[in-house]
Design a protein around this ligand. Structure first.
Ligand SMILES: C[S@@+](CC[C@H](N)C(=O)[O-])C[C@H]1O[C@@H](n2cnc3c(N)ncnc32)[C@H](O)[C@@H]1O
Length: 305
C-alpha cells in the first residue's frame, strides 16, 4: 500500500457510510434473506435437540438486521425455547443501531441479549481468561472474517465453542466473485494492514479442507451497481470505491496507475457486466456451514437461485 493510502478499517465513520451505501447499491441483504428463508431453516432445525434454551452468538453483527431475521427463523423452528444471544461487535455506532432495532421490535421476548462491544479476538481472549465452558448451538460470522488477523485460527476457535449439534455459519464473498478477481489482482498494492482483509470463501474452504473439517457450501448470487464509480468526482462513486478497495479516499489517495488499473478491472467482464448502461458488479457470496463434530466428508455445494 502506498504510504498515502489508509485502510478503511481505521475510519469508523467512513466505513459505516460506505457500508450503508454498499447495502443500498447491492442485493447483499436480499441474497442473505433468501438464504435465511430457504436453506437456513433446515440447518436451524437440526441444532439443540431437546434443549429448553439455545445459545447463539453473532460475531460482527453490525446493526443486527440479518441477525434478527435468523433469530426469528430459529424461533419458528424452536418455538418453546429461550434464546441467549451473545452479540460481539466492536463498533459503538453499529451496536447502538442494533439495540435501537431490538427496542423497536415488540416480538423478541424469547431472546435474552448480551452485548459485547469488542472484536472477535478480544472476545476470544476474554473467553479464555474467564475459562468459560459454555457451549454454543449456533454461531454466525457474516462478512466479518476480513477484519481478523488470522481467519483460520478464528474459525477454529469459534468452531470449538459449538455443542455437539451446534452449527457455525460463515458468509464471505465468493472466490469466484468480482471481489475475488479484484483482490487477487491488487492485494499487494492495496493492503499493508495486519488483518486479512482480502480473504474470500475460497481461502476458508482451503483452510477447512487442510484440517479435514466437513462443511456445507451455499452459493448466494448477488450483484452491485457500481456505475457511479466511473463518474469522476462523484461522491457516492468515491465512497463505493473505498468500500471495494478498503482504502479511505481511494480516488484521491491512490497512485494514478493503481486507480486506472482498479477501474479497468472493475468494469472488465471478469468482474462486471453491462446491463442497460449500468455497470453491474458480481457480488456473489458463499455461505459455509460447519458442524460441532469436526472432521469427515465434505458435503456437496448447493446453489440458491
Ligand atoms: C461488513 S459488516 C457486516 C455486518 C453484518 N454482519 C451484516 O452482514 O450486515 C462487518 C462488521 O464487522 C464488524 N467488525 C469489524 N472488525 C471486527 C472484528 N475484528 N471482530 C468482530 N467484528 C468486527 C464491523 O464493525 C461491522 O459491523
Amino acid at each position: 500500500m502506498s504510504c498515502s493510502m489508509r485502510s478503511l478499517t481505521e475510519d469508523d465513520n467512513r466505513y459505516l457510510k460506505s457500508f450503508q451505501l454498499f447495502l443500498e447499491r447491492s442485493s447483499e441483504h436480499q441474497c442473505m434473506q433468501d438464504f435465511i428463508h430457504i436453506a437456513l431453516p433446515d440447518i436451524l432445525a437440526s441444532i439443540g435437540r431437546g434443549k429448553d434454551y439455545l445459545n447463539v452468538m453473532g460475531v460482527g453483527s453490525g446493526a443486527g438486521e440479518i441477525d434478527l431475521q435468523m433469530l426469528t427463523e430459529l424461533h419458528l423452528k424452536h418455538p418453546a425455547v429461550t434464546i441467549h444471544n451473545q452479540v460481539v461487535e466492536p463498533s459503538a455506532q453499529q451496536l447502538h443501531m442494533y439495540k435501537v432495532l431490538v427496542s423497536q421490535n415488540a416480538n423478541l421476548d424469547f431472546i435474552k441479549f448480551t452485548w459485547n462491544k469488542m472484536t472477535a479476538t478480544e472476545f476470544q481472549k476474554q473467553w479464555n481468561q474467564n475459562n468459560c465452558k459454555e457451549k454454543m448451538d449456533f454461531i454466525h460470522m457474516i462478512q466479518v472474517l476480513y477484519y481478523v488477523k488470522d481467519p483460520g485460527a478464528t474459525v477454529s476457535f469459534y468452531q470449538s465453542l459449538l455443542d455437539k449439534n451446534g452449527k457455525l455459519l460463515i458468509i464471505l464473498v465468493s472466490g469466484e466473485s468480482g471481489w475475488g478477481k479484484l483482490w487477487r489482482t491488487f492485494r499487494m498494492e492495496l493492503c499493508n494492514t495486519e488483518i486479512s482483509q482480502y480473504v474470500t470463501s475460497g481461502d476458508i474452504k482451503t483452510y477447512l479442507d487442510s484440517k479435514a473439517v466437513c462443511y456445507q457450501s451455499f452459493e448466494l448470487p448477488s450483484q452491485m451497481d457500481i456505475t457511479e464509480c466511473f463518474i469522476e468526482g462523484d461522491a457516492k462513486g468515491e465512497l463505493l470505491l473505498d468500500f471495494l478497495t478498503e482504502v479511505v479516499d481511494f480516488s484521491s489517495s491512490a497512485p494514478p496507475e493503481l486507480k486506472a488499473g482498479v477501474l479497468d478491472l472493475l468494469r472488465h467482464p471478469d468482474c462486471s457486466k453491462e446491463v442497460e448502461g449500468r455497470v453491474i458488479f458480481n457480488n456473489t457470496l458463499e455461505g459455509l456451514v460447519v458442524g460441532g463434530g469436526g472432521t469427515g466428508e465434505v458435503d456437496q455445494p448447493s446453489t440458491l437461485t
